[in-house]
Design a protein around this ligand. Structure first.
Ligand code: 3HC
Length: 305
């Protein structure tokens, strides 16, 4: 790819550390272990979160086995390569550490600051931030030259793209390793500028933000969906919001609006929509879900819009 340094500079990756055990992090763990066949660690704030992540990964491995994509021996091998822990010192020999924690610069700085004390000085650090400044995330690192942006898309197993982001500090070894790892994961990598939203979220934020705004300007949600459908994209705006999660989508909106107030709106329209109990459902943990189901309900005339 344009701008990618010589792959001979890449560091060999023999153990991967993932910080976080939520849905995104668990999807990474599965992909890394399946494609790179190296030990993979996941961690989170407490054992309960770690166990939840492990249980998701084991279920997904079971599904791959049931579909005949892997046999029993391979499934057992994958299960054996994944380990969950709350003890970060176990990350000491990881040579590639990627975070998928809360989208807050301070949180990411803290997480990397803690892990930097444990890992080798030349181990690569990667952030899956969807729209924050990678340079700012690395600003407090002792070795900011080893940090790259490594942005996946939902669903991680299926979407072929990774945006790799270089900061002014990123060195060629980190960049080259990122490209080689992306290739090993079976993904297409592109090098993007460290600008808010990189490339893809800059476009998707427009689609999702304008869709929500259109509803609040008086166009029924379903009409927005219907109007978009014939464009032939794999998902309509509200299906996309559902897939990404409305909180993440709202966060991307706010980041973009903050960076480019003349071009993006803040996410108030998302929040208003999420507060409408008659169109949006909540799951057991209180997470708002069902944006696209909301469109179906409107279609059936179950709610007015
Ligand atoms: N998790 C895991 N796997 C999934 C999945 C999910 N949520 N959804 C679908 N899949 C898998 C299916 O299991 C199936 O795998 P298989 O071939 O092994 O059986 C494969 O994907 C295809 O699924 P379907 O047959 O259901 O195919 P569809 O034609 O409906 O495609 C889709 C599903 C690939 C998700 C397609 O709708 C799509 O491409 N949607 C757009 C997704 C998109 O735009 N993502 C970007 C979001 S933005 C983002 O993530 C950035 C962040 O920073 C905000």
């Amino acid at each position: 790819p344009v701008g990618a340094p010589d792959k001979a500079l890449a560091k060999k990756v023999t153990k991967v550390g993932i910080i976080g055990a939520g849905l995104m992090a668990s999807q990474f763990a599965l992909l890394f272990v399946r494609r790179l066949q190296v030990p993979v660690l996941i961690t989170d704030l407490d054992q309960e979160r770690v166990d939840k992540g492990l249980s998701y990964i084991r279920d997904e491995i079971g599904k791959l086995e049931a579909k005949g994509r892997i046999d029993g021996d391979q499934a057992n091998k994958l299960r054996g390569l994944i380990h969950g822990t709350t003890d970060k010192t176990e990350y000491a020999d990881c040579d590639f550490v990627i975070e998928a924690v809360f989208e807050e610069v301070g949180v990411k700085q803290q997480v990397f600051g803690d892990i930097e004390k444990i890992i080798a000085p030349d181990a690569i650090l990667a952030t899956n931030t969807s729209s924050l400044s990678v340079e700012e995330i690395g600003a407090k690192l002792e070795h900011p030259e080893r940090l790259v942006g490594f942005h996946f898309f939902n669903p991680v197993a299926v979407m072929p793209l990774i945006e790799i982001v270089k900061t002014p500090a990123t060195n060629d070894a980190a960049l080259s390793t990122a490209f080689v790892v992306a290739k090993g994961l079976g993904k297409n990598a592109v090098l993007t500028a460290d600008a808010p939203g990189f490339v893809v979220n800059r476009l998707l934020a427009k689609v999702m933000g304008e869709a929500a705004r259109a509803v609040y300007e008086g166009t029924p949600l379903l009409t927005v969906e219907k109007a978009f459908g014939p464009l032939g994209l794999p998902m309509t705006p509200f299906q996309l919001i559902d897939l990404v999660g409305w909180k993440v989508a709202a966060h991307v909106q706010d980041t973009m609006a903050h960076a480019f107030p003349d071009r993006f709106f803040a996410s108030e329209n998302f929040h208003k929509l999420a507060e409408l109990p008659e169109v949006v459902e909540k799951d057991k943990s209180g997470r708002v879900t069902g944006w696209s189901k909301a469109a179906e309900k409107v279609l059936k005339g179950e709610v007015g819009s």
